[in-house]
Write a protein that binds this ligand. Structure first.
Ligand code: GDP
Length: 138
């Protein structure tokens, strides 16, 4: 499982029709799609997913944004997946993201930043299982 990570293409990127371009970058970087679905989070589900941030000042804004429109959730596989995917997406704030990263190209702000990537192997499993049953993970 250490070679898997979890991602969500966030509502801002979905709305701007950037889903295909982002998936193309993910595949071109060598990630295999293990599971994928487009869905919409309720505020309750978004709050549950981001529960770790519940005490942060931006929590309500984050929950509101993440439940504002469809997202595409996916489990991805590649050697060193978590770390390599964080490099591919770039810094949380697009103003600080490296050239050529997904957030540099497609994010508009620190909140509406186009894409999620798990920050550890442990969270990758928890987050993937939040969206997909084991039968849906290939
Ligand atoms: P990530 O691991 O790079 O996604 O960043 P964090 O785990 O620190 O934050 C989770 C998500 O919360 C980010 O991807 C943003 O969508 C959102 N977020 C983080 N900081 C801020 C902030 O200062 N303002 C707002 N509105 N959202 C934020």
């Amino acid at each position: 499982m250490s070679n898997r990570t979890f991602t969500m293409i966030k509502p801002d990127a979905t709305k701007k029709n950037n889903t295909g371009a982002i998936l193309q970058m993910i595949n071109a970087a060598g990630f295999r799609i293990v599971a994928m679905k487009t869905t919409k989070l309720s505020a309750e589900k978004a709050g549950e997913f981001y529960a770790v941030h519940a005490a942060r000042p931006f929590y309500a804004e984050l929950v509101n944004f993440m439940s504002s429109g469809p997202i595409t959730a996916a489990i991805l596989e590649k050697e060193n997946a978590v770390e390599d995917f964080r490099k591919l997406i770039g810094a949380t704030n697009p103003a600080e993201a490296a050239e050529g990263t997904i957030r540099k190209l497609y994010a508009s702000s620190i909140g509406e930043n186009a894409i999620h990537g798990s920050d550890s192997n442990e969270n990758a499993v928890i987050e993937g299982d939040f969206f997909f049953s084991k039968l849906e993970q290939f």
